[in-house]
Design a protein around this ligand. Structure first.
Ligand code: UFG
Length: 324
C-alpha cells in the first residue's frame, strides 16, 4: 500500500512510519514540523505541508496516489487545551475537515484517526469499553470527539471508511533507540521520570497522592508505541473488507499508578529517582484503563509489550541518547 502519514514526524507518527516501512509499505509523511522533528523522518519521504493551508494539502494529494491516510496531526495537551481552546478546535477539528475534503477530492476513501481516552471524561467504570459514555471534560477530548462524529457522518454521506483509535497512554520508544519521545515542554510521566533518573529533571512532581486508588496516585494504562502502530495497520487492512466508521480503544488492559511507574523506572535504570508531592493536576481522572477486547477480537490485535518494565526499558534507551 502507499500510505500518507499525517504528523509522521511526531512521536507516535514516526513510529508508525518506521513500522510501515519495515513491512514493505510505501510511506509519505505530511508534517508542518511545528512539534514534529525533521530528524525523525527520512527527508525523501517528507512533504512539509499544513492542514490549515488547504492549497498545501491539495498539492500533496496531486503529487501522489494514496491507498489510505493515517492521521496523527493534532495538538494534544489537555491543560493547554483549556487555556487555548480555539487553537485546539482550529487544529484538531478544522484541520481534519480540510484533510477529509482533500481526501474526498482525490478519491482516497480510507482513514485511520488518532482519538484519545480523553473522550470519556471521568469514567464510570474501571475498564473502559467502546460503548462507555463519552463526556469529555476538556477541549482536547471534545475536539477529538467532534471528529469522531464527523467521521460517522462522512461514512453515511460519502462512503468514507474510517477507524478512530482511542489511545490510552502512549509510551516507550522503538527498541533500536533511533526515534523516541521528545516534547517541548515535556509533560508526560515516563519521560519526566527518566529525565529525573538522569538528573535532568530536578523538580519531578507526583500530581496528587489523595486519589481513591491503591496508593493514592492516578492509575493509567500504558501502551507501547509500536503496539499502537501495529493496530493502525490492522485497522487499515480491516477497512478493505468493512465499510463504515469504526471505533476501538487501545490499551494494555492493565493499570499502573504513578508511584508504580516510578518504582519500575528505578528498577530499569538502577538509579534513585526522587520526587516531590504536588497538587492534583486539573482534568486528571483517577483511573483510566482500556478494555481492548474489541480490538483484539475484531482486528486480531495482540500488544507485544505488556510489561511496564519492558515499556520503560525501551524509553530509557532513547532518553540516555536522544537524537533530537
Ligand atoms: N504525572 C505526574 N507527574 C508528571 C507528569 C504526569 O504525576 O510530571 C501524572 C499525571 O497526573 C497522570 C499520570 O502521571 O496521573 C500520567 O500523566 P501523563 O501526562 O503522562 O498522561 P495523561 O494521562 O495526562 O495523558 C494521556 C495522553 C493525553 C490524553 C489523556 C487522557 O497523553 O493525550 O491521557 O486523559 F488526553
Amino acid at each position: 500500500m502507499k500510505i500518507l502519514v499525517c504528523g509522521g514526524a511526531g512521536y507516535i507518527g514516526s513510529h508508525m512510519v518506521r513500522y510501515l516501512g519495515g513491512r514493505g509499505h510505501e510511506v509519505i509523511v505530511l508534517d508542518n514540523l511545528s512539534t514534529g522533528h525533521r530528524e525523525a523522518v527520512d527527508e525523501r519521504q517528507l512533504e512539509v505541508a499544513d492542514l490549515l493551508v488547504p492549497s498545501s494539502l491539495k498539492a500533496v494529494f496531486s503529487r501522489h496516489s494514496f491507498d489510505g491516510v493515517i492521521h496523527f496531526c493534532a495538538r494534544s495537551l489537555v491543560g493547554e487545551s483549556v487555556s487555548q481552546p480555539y487553537a485546539y478546535y482550529e487544529n484538531n477539528v478544522a484541520g481534519t475537515l480540510n484533510l477529509l475534503q482533500a481526501m474526498r477530492e482525490a478519491g482516497v476513501s480510507k482513514l485511520v484517526f488518532s482519538s484519545t481516552a480523553a473522550v470519556f471524561g471521568h469514567p464510570e467504570t474501571t475498564l473502559i469499553a467502546e460503548d462507555h459514555p463519552t463526556r469529555p471534560i476538556n477541549p482536547y477530548g471534545a475536539s477529538k470527539l467532534m471528529v469522531e462524529r464527523i467521521l460517522a457522518d462522512a461514512a453515511s454521506a460519502y462512503g468514507l471508511r474510517s477507524t478512530a483509535l482511542r489511545y490510552f497512554n502512549a509510551a516507550g520508544a522503538h527498541p533500536e533507540g533511533r526515534i523516541g519521545e521528545s516534547h517541548q515542554p515535556e509533560t508526560h510521566l515516563i519521560p519526566n521520570v527518566l529525565r529525573a533518573a538522569l538528573g535532568q529533571e530536578a523538580g519531578l512532581k507526583v500530581f496528587g497522592l489523595d486519589y481513591p486508588t491503591r496508593d493514592g496516585t492516578c492509575v493509567r494504562d500504558y501502551v507501547h508505541v509500536n503496539d499502537l502502530a501495529s493496530a493502525h495497520l490492522l485497522a487499515l487492512q480491516h477497512m478493505e473488507s468493512y465499510e463504515g466508521a469504526h471505533l476501538f480503544n487501545l490499551g494494555n488492559g492493565q493499570g499502573f499508578t504513578v508511584l508504580e511507574v516510578i518504582e519500575a523506572a528505578r528498577h530499569v535504570t538502577g538509579r534513585s529517582i526522587s520526587y516531590a508531592q504536588g497538587n492534583r493536576r486539573p482534568g486528571d481522572p483517577a483511573v483510566l484503563v482500556a478494555s481492548s477486547d474489541k480490538a483484539q477480537r475484531v482486528l486480531g490485535w495482540r500488544p507485544r509489550f505488556t510489561d511496564i518494565g519492558e515499556i520503560i526499558e525501551t524509553a530509557w534507551r532513547w532518553h540516555q541518547a536522544p537524537r533530537y
